[in-house]
Design a protein around this ligand. Structure first.
Ligand SMILES: *[C@@H]1O[C@H](CO)[C@@H](O)[C@H](O)[C@H]1NC(C)=O
Length: 165
């Protein structure tokens, strides 16, 4: 009887090891460490202080170079998204509107809200930004989990750039 239980347990273990886990796939990692920043710099309660526009034409426009809005508390990361959009203007100071498209592109992160050995992963947020006069909205990728660089993607200007008073 004991043997049977042992065999059953063993086969569960073997089965568990042999089954490829969807969280073990070769997903990218944008940041190796846990976030330490309590909050990103704000202009006021509804606006992040985004200080400059990226000079990299790919920044923000591909899943490989997402805008990093994560902070220590995951919920604050999600709040930062709208505050980030609020900091942006079009190339000639136009008001920017943002439309949520989807989430995509799983990645490994230690900063996921989900606790659990197999669940340290996140999804990127995909949004379309537009402003008056633009022909095709611009698709941008945001990482709400990990902290890092948060600049305006190329083609946008800022309400409060670094050098303005
Ligand atoms: C916060 O700052 C933004 C950008 O300057 C401005 O548009 C908005 O009106 C401000 N909000 C408040 C509540 O002061």
């Amino acid at each position: 009887m004991e043997n049977k239980i042992l065999i059953a347990l063993l086969s569960i273990l073997i089965f568990a090891c042999a089954t490829p886990n969807k969280f073990e796939k070769n997903y990218p990692t944008y940041r190796e460490n846990r976030n330490t920043l309590e909050q990103l710099e704000h202009v006021n309660d509804s606006t992040l202080h985004v200080t400059s526009t990226s000079t990299d034409p790919k920044y923000g426009y591909t899943e490989l170079k997402p805008i990093m809005l994560g902070v220590y508390d995951c919920d604050d990361g999600a709040d930062n998204r709208m505050k980030f959009f609020n900091a942006l203007l079009g190339p000639n100071g136009e008001k920017v509107t943002a439309k949520r498209i989807k989430t995509c592109c799983p990645f490994h992160t230690l900063n996921s809200q989900t606790v659990g050995r197999d669940q340290k992963f996140g999804l990127l947020d995909v949004w379309e930004l537009s402003y008056e006069g633009i022909e095709t909205p611009l698709t941008i990728y945001i990482n709400l989990y990990d902290q890092g660089e948060f600049l305006a993607p190329m083609g946008f200007t800022l309400k409060h750039p670094l050098n303005s008073n």
